[in-house]
Design a protein around this ligand. Structure first.
Ligand code: URA
Length: 239
């Protein structure tokens, strides 16, 4: 791979910025200053630095974030805070995206990656990957409404939701487990029962559970075990 390509795929420098940085003597490969941005390197073998900091190359990145309120799961939305703004420079690559989306006011587990194949599999309706959320509601949820919501309700746009599980932890709080993910689904489901979601937090996605040590806005790379769950054919669901 060309040196300038390494910098552009990792999102650290564009090709022209890389050429300027190389000219300025800011880039080293295996300890020697390299001024030629077209140099061929093997990123898995060579140690590349920029301004003295190692440049990490990974074909795929996998990150778990505890999304805070007020941030959007979008790569470009002018005027909005993006979840990617919370990452540090090493991980700010142009090719990363969130696996599905959480609403601006939903908190909790979001997976960020550039592995399109695994993300697609994890989101595929055929895989029925379960996502667990913790909710609080404006009004108490009656047992009748809980049963109706569990068996499927018609939303305003005419879509009837698939069966799900609702495990109350109080009159106005509980856990809801869905195996689908329509736009604003949980908010619209409770609205269909004349209620309103006050807070919503995703706590698991397939077999991957939100790390309790991550505060809101914090993130970490997925562990090897979590990557294995996520990249399995079934999106981490049935293992
Ligand atoms: N359902 C919603 O309504 N919002 C989310 O962010 C996720 C699921």
């Amino acid at each position: 791979m060309r040196l300038d390509k390494l910098f552009s795929v990792t999102g650290i420098l564009s090709r022209s910025q890389c050429a300027r940085a190389a000219k300025a003597g800011l880039i080293t490969v295996d300890g020697s200053v390299v001024r030629d941005p077209s140099l061929q390197i093997d990123p898995d073998v060579c140690t590349v630095t920029y301004k003295g900091e190692p440049v990490e190359y990974r074909k795929y990145v996998y990150i778990m974030m505890n999304k805070p309120e007020g941030y959007v799961c979008s790569n470009d939305e002018p005027g909005e805070l993006l979840v990617f703004d919370l990452l540090d420079e090493r991980y700010k690559r142009k090719d990363i995206f969130t696996v599905g989306r959480l609403d601006k006011n939903t908190t909790g587990l979001i997976i960020i990656t550039n592995d399109g194949k695994s993300a697609h599999a994890a989101l595929s309706p055929k895989r029925h990957v379960q996502k667990k959320y913790v909710y609080t509601l404006a009004e108490p949820l009656s047992e009748d409404d809980r049963i109706k919501l569990e068996s499927g309700v018609e939303l305003k746009d005419g879509y009837t939701t698939k069966p799900c599980r609702i495990i109350p932890t109080g009159d106005q709080s509980g856990e809801i487990i869905l195996s689908e993910g329509k736009y604003h689904q949980i908010r619209r489901m409770f609205a269909a029962a004349s209620n309103r979601v006050e807070t919503l937090e995703r706590v698991s996605f397939g077999k991957i559970t939100l790390d309790g040590l991550l505060g809101r806005g914090q993130w970490r790379p997925l562990t090897k075990g979590e990557i294995a769950l996520f990249t399995k054919e079934d999106g981490g669901e049935n293992n």
